[in-house]
Write a protein that binds this ligand. Structure first.
Ligand code: PEP
Ligand code: MG
Length: 324
């Protein structure tokens, strides 16, 4: 099986009736990059920039960040690299920037922190833009967005960083900008976001947690954390439909894309890109190569008529086993 998966690297993720599905990876450290290319990744759908921040004792400087980001961009160029702006708070803590809250998942997280600290945000954006000089494969993605004014504010800061750098003599270009949909409020504004950005990427880990009100890290309620909950599936389908009305790319970078059943459903929903951890990529590719789009669509139609997450989960397991 290992040898079979290794030869898969050169083959595209394409269904038996010819539908091509780009498979990208989620990364954090530079060590992830070589592994991802080895598995045949066609881009980075989520580079978690907080990870290099977490392994340090203080905020990395603009120079240091530029070097870190440059390595990711260079290793993948000309393939796209989606850098998420700092996503701290909730389950992600920086030792040198403590946040004490009763309810961290409903608190100061992601874009909320960086818009309150534009000096942190601007340094990071400047570093990304500088790292992209002469390469042009950078995409910037905003985490934990709830309202459109957050996107407008972030884009205003991006404009400022671009203008400053140009004044300083850097040859920087405007990257594609996207938002993550992780908060239920954002689901219902998918079309409004799509009017403001170049791409949308669903963070299904947080979105599932918030839709079901189940802490993603609490073992006591782990059984209630169900990626195949009908409400989660309906939300995912809605996002794809709404965002496509504006013609923007819709991708997913949560763990759901790393499950063969999840990947097939997302493909049937019209997702344009699936981004996942490198380890699972070959298995997902082989699942996609084993079906027709018509089969994936029939599976989605069947699942859409079901009302119970456990039954859907059971159907998905059976289907994946039958497909081998
Ligand atoms: C997500 O929430 O699905 C996601 C991709 O981001 P993270 O897991 O880093 O919160
Ligand atoms: Mg998240």
């Amino acid at each position: 099986v290992a040898a079979e998966l290794a030869t898969l690297k050169e083959l595209p993720a394409i269904t038996q009736d010819g539908v091509r599905m780009p498979l990208w990876v989620n990364t954090g450290l530079i060590a992830d990059v070589a592994r991802s290319l080895e598995k045949g990744a066609e881009g980075i759908g989520l580079y978690r920039t907080e990870i290099p921040f977490m392994v340090r004792d203080f905020f990395p400087s603009e120079h240091e960040q530029t070097q870190i980001y440059r390595k990711q961009l260079e290793a993948f160029a000309p393939l796209p690299v989606t850098m998420r702006t700092l996503d701290i708070g909730g389950d992600k803590a920086l030792p040198y920037f403590p946040i004490q809250e009763e309810n961290p998942f409903l608190g100061w997280r992601g874009i909320r922190v960086t818009l309150d600290h534009p000096e942190i945000f601007l340094v990071q954006i400047r570093a990304m833009l500088r790292a992209n000089e002469g390469l042009g494969n950078l995409r910037i993605m905003l985490p934990m967005v709830t309202s459109v004014h957050e996107v407008d504010e972030a884009k205003r800061l991006l404009d400022r960083a671009l203008a400053e750098l140009q004044d300083e003599g850097y040859v920087v270009e405007r990257p594609l900008v996207g938002v993550m949909i992780e908060v239920p409020a954002a689901v219902y504004q998918a079309r409004l976001f799509a009017q403001r950005v170049d791409f949308i990427s669903v963070g299904s880990n947080d979105l599932t947690q918030y839709l079901l009100a189940v802490d993603r890290n609490n073992p006591r309620v782990a059984g209630l954390y169900m990626a195949y909950h009908p409400a989660v599936l309906k939300a995912l389908e809605y996002i794809s439909r709404e965002a496509h009305k504006e013609g923007v790319q819709v991708s997913i970078c949560g763990e759901m894309a790393a499950e063969p059943g999840g990947a097939l459903l997302l493909m049937a929903m019209g997702y344009d890109v699936l981004s996942m951890n490198a380890t699972n990529l070959p298995g997902i590719k082989s699942a996609i190569r084993g079906v027709t789009m018509a089969q994936a669509e029939a599976l989605l139609a069947q699942v859409s008529r079901m009302d119970d997450a456990d039954k859907i989960q059971a159907l998905m397991s059976d289907t994946i086993q039958t497909l081998g």
